[in-house]
Design a protein around this ligand. Structure first.
Ligand SMILES: [Zn+2]
Length: 160
């Protein structure tokens, strides 16, 4: 089955990266230029972003910054919050994306409770960021909510 941002299951499980410190470490190393693959689905984004949340005991928001062909430029930390809240304002979300000249981003934040179910606030913030992205020319492709090894795609749920 071909998966895209909108077709495929809205939820996933990080089997390959589950609690694996070695994998998390590897995920921090930059890939050699030229073999970066396209981030074309929530599954592809989850593979890059989920290891960044390993062992996180408070909420944080990160963003995969992508070029015009949706290849990974870098992963930026948007904010680090408290145990049950992190701030996802447009200024913070798009600051690094604009500096990196990114064309698109995939956002992700974690729920330290382990429950990846997006809150009503998560849905409203995402809608707001999609509109802000349209204004500044950075497409918000998806927003993943991460709980432990599980994730939920707001794009697949129809909120992006
Ligand atoms: Zn949330």
């Amino acid at each position: 089955m071909t998966v895209t941002w909108t077709t495929g299951p809205a939820e996933g499980f990080a089997t390959s990266h589950a609690p694996c410190v070695a994998c998390a470490h590897r995920a921090f190393l930059p890939e050699p230029i030229g073999i970066r693959s396209e981030v074309d689905s929530p599954e592809a984004a989850a593979e890059i972003l989920l290891p960044r949340f390993l062992g996180a005991d408070r909420e944080r928001c990160i963003a995969a910054l992508l070029d015009t062909k949706h290849r990974l430029l870098e992963v930026a930390t948007v904010s680090v919050g408290s145990v049950d809240h992190t701030f996802m304002g447009p200024r913070e979300v798009f600051r690094d994306a604009l500096l990196a000249n990114a064309s698109a981003i995939v956002l992700a934040h974690n729920h330290p409770s382990g429950d990846p179910e997006p809150s009503g606030d998560d849905q409203r913030v995402t809608a707001r960021l999609v509109r802000a992205g349209e204004l500044v020319g950075v497409e918000v492709l998806d927003h993943l909510v991460v709980g432990g090894p599980r994730w939920v795609s707001l794009a697949r749920r129809g909120h992006v």
